[in-house]
Design a protein around this ligand. Structure first.
Ligand code: GLN
Length: 365
């Protein structure tokens, strides 16, 4: 085990000392925590975490290694990881390697031996903020602060055009009954797997693709993906979504896609105090009265007051912890979206019915 020291400095001046894991270096981002007990590889490869340092509250990380196929994108784009107890030793029969080697391969800098309970309580009380992990600026506070000042604010940051596919690609069986054009804002692979499993042939387009390019493929529906950054500054995506809605074809949005659908209907979004990230977030579906335990990862949310006075959208799902909007649908169009992650990788599968609902909309069309 690499015993090099590392430092974690938060924007409010709070400092933690620990041990370097992954690649030596200095990297900053917005610090956030995920309370899930499992699924670290899926979390680290979820493009929605781009520009964020992820603290995992489960204490043992690395103990089941990595598997090349258990990824949500080609490679991790996180800004760093913070863990309590890190293990280079892994025990899982089909693991392809250690998390340590994986982090080094993708040049991710992390810090271990941190009191993550103390850190998470701090973020919970003080809110989301920027932070930096460094194995280089050990006790050089001025150097650390200078690096920290270079980290952009997540508020107002557009990242989707950086992380999305550069060229369109296909996913699934080309003879499947339905064709869906997926706008890639940082799409998770398990969304595509869930669509393909339900008879959908997907064509995934770069974030800035126009409606006419996608219409040329003649899809039966549109999917707006999850992704990193602030939805309020994604004017290009809002414009395309308005164009998509004008086609009257079924639309489904997840997380960032949900926020973009809301913005395109005149509903604004705002940054939460510290967001929702974990695998046990309770949601109520107010159309059926049933509750769901859901996988979540978001720092922004749709403004409830705007939905309540909207002529075009209505609330379908509510987060039971804080009453925030967890799902919406359009009143007069076959379009709906959720703030959480029905593809749940990792997470419970309670919400997978939403993919069936989307397919039903295409079937009825
Ligand atoms: N998972 C996502 O799509 C995240 C959406 C957005 N970046 C947020 O933090 O709220």
């Amino acid at each position: 085990m690499n015993k090099q020291k590392a430092t974690l400095l938060l924007a409010d001046g709070t400092m933690f000392k620990g041990t370097l894991i992954g690649s030596p270096g200095t990297n900053g981002g917005e610090i956030c925590f995920n309370t899930g007990m499992t699924g670290y590889q899926e979390i680290y490869t979820d493009p929605s975490y781009t520009g964020q340092i992820v603290v995992t509250t489960t204490s043992h990380i690395g103990n089941y290694g990595v598997i090349d196929t258990e990824v949500e994108s080609d490679h991790p784009t996180i800004a760093g990881i913070v863990v309590n107890s890190f293990s280079e030793i892994f025990s899982r029969l089909d693991a392809s390697g250690s998390l340590q080697d994986y982090l080094v391969k993708y040049e991710i800098t992390g810090i271990a031996d941190i009191d993550t309970r103390k850190l998470v309580r701090h973020i919970r009380s003080k809110g989301a903020m920027n932070a930096i992990i460094s194995s280089e600026y050990e006790d050089d506070l001025a150097g650390l602060k200078a690096q920290l000042n270079l980290v952009p604010d997540m508020n107002g940051l557009e990242l989707s055009s950086q992380v999305c596919t550069k060229e369109p690609f296909y996913f699934g069986d080309e003879d499947a009954p339905y064709k869906v054009a997926c706008l890639d804002f940082g799409i998770k692979l398990n969304i595509l797997r869930n669509l393909a499993d339900r008879g959908v042939y997907c064509k995934v387009f770069p974030a800035k693709t126009s409606l006419s390019e996608m219409e040329a493929w003649n899809p039966d529906g549109y999917f707006l993906s999850n992704g990193p950054g602030d939805p309020a500054v994604m004017d290009y995506a809002v414009k395309t979504t308005k164009d998509i809605l004008a086609t009257d074809k079924p639309v489904f949005g997840i997380c960032l896609g949900h926020q973009i659908l809301a913005e395109s209907c005149g509903v604004s979004t705002y940054k939460m105090h510290h967001g929702h990230r974990g695998l046990n977030h309770p949601i109520k579906n107010i159309l059926t009265g049933k509750s769901e335990i859901t996988s979540q990862n978001h720092g922004f949310v749709v403004k409830r007051e705007d939905v309540e006075i909207s002529d075009t959208v209505e609330i379908t799902h509510v987060h039971l912890n804080d009453n925030t909007v967890a799902g919406i649908r359009l009143k007069n169009k076959p379009a709906f979206s959720v703030q959480y992650h029905p593809e749940s990788s990792p997470g419970p599968h309670d919400s997978r019915y939403l993919f069936d609902d989307f397919v039903s909309l295409m079937k009825n069309k």
